[in-house]
Design a protein around this ligand. Sequence first.
Ligand code: AMP
Ligand code: GLY
Length: 426
Amino acid sequence: MKVLVVGGGGREHALAWKLAQSPKVAMVFVAPGNGGTAKAEGMCNLAITDIGELRNWARQEKIGLTVVGPEGPLAAGLVDDFRAHGLRVFGPTKAAAQLESSKAFSKEFMVRHGIPTATHASFTDRAAAHAHIAAQGAPIVVKADGLAAGKGVVVAMTLDEAHAAVDQMLPPDALAGAGARVVIEEFLEGEEASFIVLCDGKNALALATSQDHKRLLDGDEGPNTGGMGAYSPAPVVTPTIHARAMREVILPTLRGMEKDGIEYTGFLYAGLMVGRTGQVRTLEFNCRLGDPETQPLLMRLKSDLLELLWAATEPAASGGLDTMELQWDRRTALGVVLAAHGYPGAPRTGDVVRGLPAEAPDAVVFHAATARQDDAVVTSGGRVLCVTVLADNVRQAQQRAYDIVRSVQFEGRQYRQDIGHRALGP
Ligand code: AMP
Ligand code: GLY
């Protein structure tokens, strides 16, 4: 079967890498792909990003299954379009993707269906937002509504920071700010975990647990990024926390969507804050796999991903996942992101990448923002590579990953030295 992966980041390289291992898959097309998927065995890049063009191409090529990586094409209705033209596709519809694409939608959804989350208020008016912050005090969290790739969130430790965030997200000029909205929410304390499930509309099958590192610098300092590294499993998600997350967050979300008349199919990612006394609260939903969580997760997944996605897209059953069980490698997987000079603000592109190692069963360098220039690999955006390894424990995984990280060179590269530190214990 020919399959199509939509997207071009590290998550999509990992999806293509895993799908290419299935005996049922003849070729994985990646649109638009990157410098890694361009040359890997069993993969082929496709320079199409327009949804209609991609759908026509997929029909012509008789693509058996499409899986969508990033939120953009989901929020733009790729799944609705492909389905309307008889194509099999794994991902949420445009309506379902609002769980991620609109913070106001997802907060209201959580309140309506009793899903634990931070208390919030939503504003389009600047003065009202400022007054609310003054009344609540700091720390407090200010979020821009809409997709902002993890960068539209300010966790303000002081009132000044919170007021400045409102000024930045809600422009004073009514026209310039048309449609702009901020969500202001309670600051939650605890440890974050990424809880990702596969949904077929009725059932949710949990993937292994994982945790990413959102801040740019060691010790979880510096600005928020898309994610500087990740590992799996995440010890913070104990069996009790796992059960609570399924019972209090995931299942009520599927039932809630059903009640609201929106079937949820696709990956569902709940960003959880696990409190000191074990309470689980939802920071956000994403309607897709996490990047870079996917890279370590898929290295640990032993089951055939094509079979899983096939079961989840069985048209008649809408319940194909209830008979599936996932097999995981017991080892720890850990991925370290190498980011470009200037990331996350203004990443520089065009730096030549040297020293990429050959792929090994327990060590893969997934490409993200890379391109091919003749025979060279060059950087083409913010998060360039994710060095991902499997090892017996976190410490060994760190050693192996950082050995490879040191050998991969490009001008101005940035990476964190402490990926996995929370899993090492005190
Ligand atoms: P979001 O895109 O909503 O997940 O926010 C990005 C990051 O900001 C999260 O991963 C958290 O680290 C932090 N954050 C978001 N909301 C809160 C909150 N209510 N309390 C504390 N930290 C938060
Ligand atoms: N790593 C966080 C995300 O994909 O949103």
